[in-house]
Design a protein. Sequence first.
Lengths: 270, 161
Amino acid sequence: MALSLKNLSKNSQAALQAIGLFLLITIGILLIIFFTPAVEGTQKVQSGFYSFSQTISSWTADTFFDRETLRGEHKYYQDLASLHTHEEAYINELEQSVAQLEAALKYEETIGYTTTIARVLSRSINKERELLIDKGILDGIIVGQAVVVGDGHLVGEIIDLNDRTATVRLLQDKDSSIAAAILGSDKTIGLIEGREGYLLSMQFIPQDERIDVHDVAVTSGLDELIPSGLVIGVVSELITNDAAAFQEARIEQIIQENDFSYVTVMQIPL
Amino acid sequence: MNVVSTVIVALLFLVSLFFQTTIVQAFDIPLGATPIHLAIGFLLLHRGRIELGSAWIAITPIIAIWVGHIPGAWWAYILIAITGPILVKRIFAKRSLLALMGLSWSLYLIFMIASYSTFAEPVTMTWIGFIMLTISLIFIAYLERYVQRFSKRFILVRRKH
């Protein structure tokens, strides 16, 4: 009995030593690669791998799309193209107005913020639709800043920070909520919230507000750190109920989370 | 020798976590839902050293803060890190592929239920993960057997009598 107890304690001692050594080495390596200048290299390698996998993933999706999806997409882009023609005329009209109003609105204020380009290191696949990017507190990023891709397509906002990394909550996340307006309208008409899947939902649209399918939803600027005019998506469906106090619209994002490996963080000063 | 193997396990841990968060999860579902890091942890728990397998699973959510995002609730990992060694010793002690499958399915089921209870995971996602876990386990178990044979033949230096 005494011998077996002795053996047991010897075994547990060896196990504890192994666990201790394992933790020591893992945390040691982690400290070296994330808290020394080596972090640059690590993040470069990590984002390189992410970018490579994301390219393969997009290529696979493009190559092996089923016929129905392709047909649906074809129709969707045809509609978008026809919408584009109408929009061109509308944009011309707007451009003239903007040129006149530019001075009065102190246009420099709307572009008076800096931007930071960040690489995507990882993305979550669970319910919390999030991205990890390689810029953090040391780069001047703060919680609440807007994250865009391309020429101003909003994809999410910063929700969590480390020294050299930041977590971006994507618009599809169920906790995401952004004040929105319809392009051409100068007032906030709803909140865009995340839903499971790729569609977003625009809530709290007043019943008297006129919205059409293919209207473009943009940020309204009501959120403190998110500038106005960032494209969120296109209205794909309207859900109206006369008995309800508000209308609802489904918004389809033009850029999907798999389409990019670089993002831009908009640093609006507080 | 124990120190060497612990160092190798620690390196494998970081590589596999990077692989999971950066490469695997960049793909769409179902490939993106493959819990490859967890599968290696189960294999280590069953075929390798129990204490390291348990530590592997337990520290995953902590280390993932720096490396990337991982699926599931953090305490679901702790829960399976505690129940894992008990299941290996009491029920799935046999070193067969079926026992490995039994252990992994049981632990993943606990993981799924724990994650459901906090609504951390969509239901369909975890079931896809379950299927992908099975496929990756078969692959990893065969790979392990191959690596073992290779190392016995080429790496181990046999003592001359």
